[in-house]
Design a protein around this ligand. Structure first.
Ligand SMILES: O=C1O[C@H](COP(=O)(O)O)[C@@H](O)[C@H](O)[C@H]1O
Length: 223
């Protein structure tokens, strides 16, 4: 793990957005296409604001969420809604959104279809992850019903996930997809998450799911 500490959040968000843009550019030049996978939640909005205005061949970029809460897009809890409002606008409106949500009562009913839509866009070129204070990343929560299977080397690319602390049912990329990403960044803020990250570095992915990518991650932190 490489740890980058920034003087403030504003500086961090800007630098991370620039770094992602540059890595997407490298992937576009090398492969003619790129896949960007991003978190939802409360942290990454400012990165999306900057990234959406960057000059890139966005028409060749596929964007996917790391995980989605099983709620319709008009819910304030929808990660897809955040993506549409903060990333898939301005220049980045040309990017192709790979949907994780479908309008079925439970994620299992849509899983096969969503996996079929995702697979042609793998591996992920640039992966930006968030982390909760409980050390979950994507929707890999400690104690979740399908965590063990999702951490396995033979896990399908996406799984449904339920955990007491997660609120609604979730759909999430699994460990093999996260670990196969070409570039991995983790974006966290505040003292509590820094403490969690330091703890996670000494725990197993089963205890601290973020640990499954830390050996290959660039971690970006600001108070
Ligand atoms: O529920 C989620 O939580 C994590 C962390 O979110 P944050 O609000 O603490 O930044 C996020 O990375 C994940 O995508 C989201 O679904």
């Amino acid at each position: 793990m490489e740890f980058h500490e920034y003087p403030d959040r504003e500086m961090m968000m800007l630098r991370v957005a620039q770094r992602i843009a540059s890595e997407l550019g490298e992937s576009l030049r090398a492969n003619g296409r790129a896949t960007l996978s991003v978190p939802g939640g409360t942290t990454p909005g400012p990165v999306f604001d900057t990234l959406s205005g960057v000059e890139l061949d966005w028409s060749q970029v596929s964007v996917v969420l790391n995980d989605e809460r099983w709620v319709p897009e008009d819910s304030p809890r929808s990660n897809t809604r955040l993506l549409r409002e903060r990333l898939l606008r301005d220049k980045a409106a040309q990017a192709k959104l790979i949907p994780l949500f479908a309008n079925t009562p439970e994620p299992e009913a849509a899983l096969e279809r969503v996996i079929e839509g995702l697979v042609p866009h793998l591996p992920v070129s640039v992966l930006l992850l968030g982390m909760g204070e409980d050390m979950h990343t994507a929707s890999l929560f400690p104690g979740a019903d399908n965590l063990e299977a999702a951490l396995g080397a033979d896990a399908p690319p996406l799984m449904a996930m339920r955990a007491d602390s997660a609120g609604e049912p979730r759909i999430t990329l699994t460990a093999p997809v996260l670990r196969a990403a070409v570039r991995v960044h983790v974006l966290i803020t505040g003292a509590a998450k820094r403490d969690s990250l330091e703890r996670a570095a000494k725990l197993s992915p089963r205890e601290a799911p973020i640990a499954c990518v830390l050996d290959q991650a660039q971690v970006h932190w600001a108070e």
